[in-house]
Design a protein around this ligand. Sequence first.
Ligand SMILES: O=C(O)c1cc(=O)[nH]c(=O)n1[C@@H]1O[C@H](COP(=O)(O)O)[C@@H](O)[C@H]1O
Length: 238
Amino acid sequence: MNNSLIIALDFPDKRTVVDFLKPFEEEKLFVKVGMELFYAEGPGIVQYLKEQGHEVFLDLKLHDIPNTVQSAMKSLARLGADMVNVHAAGGREMMEAALEGLEIGTAAGSSRPLCIAVTQLTSTSKAQMKSDQLISVPLQESVLHYAKRAQQSGLDGVVCSAQEVSLIRSGLGAGFLTVTPGIRPSGNQEGDQKRVATPRFAKEAGGSAIVVGRPVTRSAAPLESYYTIKNEWEGVLQ
Ligand SMILES: O=C(O)c1cc(=O)[nH]c(=O)n1[C@@H]1O[C@H](COP(=O)(O)O)[C@@H](O)[C@H]1O
């Protein structure tokens, strides 16, 4: 998990995924299946990607009452994903229920998928957090608070922006995962992302993994873009 570059397969169907992955034939990737792809293709897409030898982050961001989340996680545990997530805003009881569901649902002899919590979405700015959620503390404080609740609930880590990684690292220790979307190599459009960072910034901050979608999936040369980002993330470029 540590040092992973996770590609967000934000595509409408399996056919598009298969086409996109063709140039990556030689690579065993860490990919993310989000709502768009999962809702279109169902559990079979996770199984397919695992059969191709890829690691899979199943990003469905569960956020519901504890009982519902526990039951849903029991089902998700059987799909073979390596990592799943919830919204920390669902609260400690919900996060504990998520973990219990995963533990119950994981087959004997298999390992439980990692479970991480989304803190504040990387598409949220401080002004939006205040107007939409009525949270007036600095954004970093809100993220750290959610991260602490996730750790107290027994989760493996959080999703946050690279801008909050060093704060979480110093507050909660290096063993707690920080998975950072909102990655934009210099020159890339931010789009709907608000708290962005370069791969180099995320690496220097000590992030566990970066999640990259459009800078690779919408690139005219996805394989090239992937390697450029990977090299920057792994510190090969000076
Ligand atoms: O949980 C996530 O993966 C996630 C959390 C978050 O706070 N921000 C965020 O962008 N993501 C996901 O990370 C990916 C980022 O994609 P790009 O903005 O295209 O690089 C998308 O698939 C988002 O759903």
